[in-house]
Design a protein around this ligand. Structure first.
Ligand SMILES: C[S@@+](CC[C@H](N)C(=O)[O-])C[C@H]1O[C@@H](n2cnc3c(N)ncnc32)[C@H](O)[C@@H]1O
Length: 211
C-alpha cells in the first residue's frame, strides 16, 4: 500500500486529510480495500438494510463509493447521494455511476444539500484522524423525521473522541431514538499480513432513528 492506512489514521486536521485522500484516491480500492479485505461497507449496508432502511440515502464520507456498491449488491434500488470533501475520492465514486448526486462538502459544518434523506449511512469516516461527533447534528439536520441512520464508528475513538457522550446527549434531547450498537470487524484475515497494528480493528455500527 502506497498511501496506506497508518498514515490515514494519524492525520491531524482537515487540510492534511484532504491532501492525503488527493493522493490515495487512485489506489484506494485495489491497494487498500482489496488488500485489507475491508469489510466495513458491507457491514454497514447489511445493518442498514436489515433494519429496514429506505431512501433516498445519503452516504457520508462516501469516498470511492464502496458502501453504495455494497448496497446495490444487496438489492437496494433507491436513490443514493454522496457527500465527501475530497474531489478526488468523489471523482472515483462518480465513475461507478451509483449515485444520483455527488456533493463536495465538509460534514463538520452545516450542510446545504438539495433534499432531505430517508436514510443516512457511513463507513470508515468516523475514525482516528478523520471526523468526530461534531458532525452528527449536521447530519440530523438533513434527515427526514424517522430516517434510519447507520454509521460506523471505530472502537478506538468511540469513547475517546466523545461519540458515546454525544449520542447519549442527542438521545436525551429527543433528537435520536432506538440506538443500537452492533460491533463488527473492520478487515478480513488478509489484513494481518499488511498491517498487523490495525488488522484486528473493530467498529460499532451506530444504528438509530432521527427524530
Ligand atoms: C476511510 S475513507 C471511507 C470512504 C468510504 N466510505 C469507504 O468506506 O471506503 C474516509 C472518507 O471520509 C472523507 N472525509 C474525511 N473528513 C471529511 C470531512 N470533514 N467532510 C467530508 N468528508 C470527509 C475522506 O475524504 C474519505 O473519502
Amino acid at each position: 500500500m502506497d498511501q496506506g492506512l497508518k498514515g490515514a489514521l494519524g492525520l491531524t486536521g482537515p487540510e492534511a486529510c484532504l491532501a492525503y485522500y488527493r493522493d490515495w484516491a487512485d489506489t484506494y480500492d485495489q491497494g487498500f480495500a482489496e488488500g485489507m479485505q475491508y469489510r466495513l461497507p458491507a457491514h454497514v449496508a447489511a445493518a442498514f438494510l436489515g433494519a429496514g432502511g429506505q431512501g433516498p440515502v445519503l452516504d457520508v464520507g462516501a469516498g470511492t463509493g464502496l458502501l453504495a456498491e455494497r448496497l446495490r449488491e444487496m438489492g437496494f434500488q433507491g436513490d443514493i447521494d454522496a457527500v465527501d470533501f475530497s474531489a478526488e475520492m468523489l471523482g472515483r465514486a462518480a465513475e461507478k455511476r451509483l449515485y444520483s448526486g455527488l456533493f463536495r462538502a465538509d460534514i463538520t459544518r452545516p450542510l446545504t444539500l438539495p433534499r432531505r434523506y430517508g436514510g443516512i449511512v457511513s463507513s470508515g469516516t468516523f475514525t482516528a484522524g478523520h471526523v468526530g461527533p461534531e458532525a452528527l447534528p449536521h447530519l440530523l439536520d438533513v434527515a427526514e423525521p424517522g430516517a434510519l441512520v447507520a454509521l460506523s464508528i471505530n472502537r478506538r475513538v468511540w469513547t475517546a473522541a466523545g461519540f458515546e457522550r454525544v449520542l447519549a446527549q442527542l438521545a436525551d434531547e429527543g433528537r435520536i431514538a432506538d440506538l443500537r450498537l452492533p460491533e463488527v470487524e473492520v478487515y478480513g484475515a488478509a489484513a494481518a499480513d499488511l498491517d498487523a497494528d490495525h488488522a484486528g480493528d473493530r467498529a460499532l455500527v451506530a444504528l438509530f432513528a432521527a427524530a
